[in-house]
Design a protein around this ligand. Structure first.
Ligand code: FES
Length: 118
């Protein structure tokens, strides 16, 4: 298992999300939501089509109230805490969770092999 540093928790504003491209693939391969003091990581792939990224614009992963994750393509909504789709064409399917290793000084690290699966 080989882990890479992604960001400090404080780099992601509370109540917001941010995409990352740790392998320099030219697009964000994962995103992290910082909500109520917790961070949640997911692959930036919608389960509806399986090869579509979620945001319409860099880092725009959440709805207007920052309550749910939204896929811009067809408006699917996902729970921030579980990644499960609650509304939309992929209802009851889920985003792929990326386990976050939160270390000292609130550094966020992830297993590089979970990113490489794209
Ligand atoms: S590709 Fe995400 S809802 Fe259709």
């Amino acid at each position: 298992m080989s882990k890479v540093f992604i960001a400090h928790k404080s780099d992601i504003t509370e109540g917001q999300a941010k995409g990352f491209d740790p392998l320099n693939q030219g697009r964000d391969s994962l995103f992290i939501v910082h909500k109520n003091g917790e961070c949640y990581g997911y692959k930036d792939i919608c389960p509806h089509y399986g090869d579509t990224t979620l945001p319409w614009k860099k880092d725009k992963y959440l709805d207007s109230k920052s309550d749910q994750i939204v896929c811009a393509a067809h408006g699917a909504l996902f729970e921030i805490r579980t990644g499960i789709c609650t509304q939309g064409p992929c209802k009851n399917q889920a985003l792929t969770n990326i386990e976050l290793d939160i270390r000292q000084h609130n550094e966020i690290w992830v297993d590089i092999t979970t990113i490489k699966e794209f």
